[in-house]
Design a protein around this ligand. Structure first.
Ligand code: SAH
Length: 211
């Protein structure tokens, strides 16, 4: 076990299990993905700390607990196809790749998409596709999705996301105005197409950017 392995296993026990994350698939995926390979070299010692970290271009890699809470709530099954909006470093996509059959991840900043593709390019992660684009439109050519995970603050749930979600599918997103904090929200799509949503708690994400 090296220092990173130890830090990662402490992260799982002290930040995730101790705060009530119980989904063993999520815990073991986060216990395996080398988060330190997804942060800038200058911050590598902080990779397993209990907070978000800057990844360049004004963006952040989310706090480990928030990633775990989102993925546990999304109830991702091994056959699921997942849309991950806001690839950022690619860390969440790498964790989801261990829980799902396939991950489609959309990023609007080409430089971030490119470096996430490099990190995710190893043969061990062959089920992630990183697309350049505006995640507010979803990924129509790849729909429908069993799960949609949104990693940036959005004022509302776009029609595109609802339309691209399979009935019974789950959507997890931080909903609210960027500068005022948001409510992490989990919605399930009913057979009639409507969404049943519940609040998971307060969070602060970078905004989902338009234009
Ligand atoms: N899941 C990421 C963290 C994401 S931070 C990780 O694990 O590292 C939010 C990301 O959303 C940023 O990379 C930002 O560039 C991206 N983003 C913001 N607006 C977007 C949009 N409209 N479409 C796609 N990505 C967007």
């Amino acid at each position: 076990m090296d220092g990173f392995d130890r830090a990662r296993s402490e992260m799982v026990d002290e930040q995730l299990r101790a705060r009530g994350i119980t989904d063993e698939r999520v815990l073991s995926a986060m216990g395996e993905v080398p988060r330190h390979e997804f942060v800038p070299a200058a911050l590598i010692r902080d990779a397993y700390s209990d907070h978000p970290l800057p990844i360049g271009d004004g963006q952040t890699i989310s706090q480990p607990y928030v990633v775990a809470l989102m993925l546990e709530s999304a109830q991702i099954g091994p056959d699921d196809v997942v849309l991950d909006i806001g690839t950022g470093s690619g860390y969440a996509a790498a964790v989801i790749a261990r829980l799902a059959r396939r991950v489609v991840s959309v990023e609007r900043i080409p430089a971030l998409a490119e470096s996430a593709r490099d990190r995710l390019g190893s043969p061990t992660v062959s089920n992630v596709t990183v697309l350049d684009g505006d995640g507010r439109l979803g990924a129509p050519a790849e729909a429908p999705f069993d799960v949609i995970v949104v990693a940036a603050a959005t004022p509302s749930i776009s029609d595109a996301w609802r339309d691209q979600l399979r009935p019974g599918g789950r959507l997890v997103a931080p909903i609210g105005r960027p500068s005022y904090g948001q409510t992490l929200t989990c919605c399930v799509k009913r057979p009639d197409g409507a969404l049943d949503c519940s609040a998971l708690g307060g969070v602060a994400f970078v905004p989902l950017i338009g234009g």
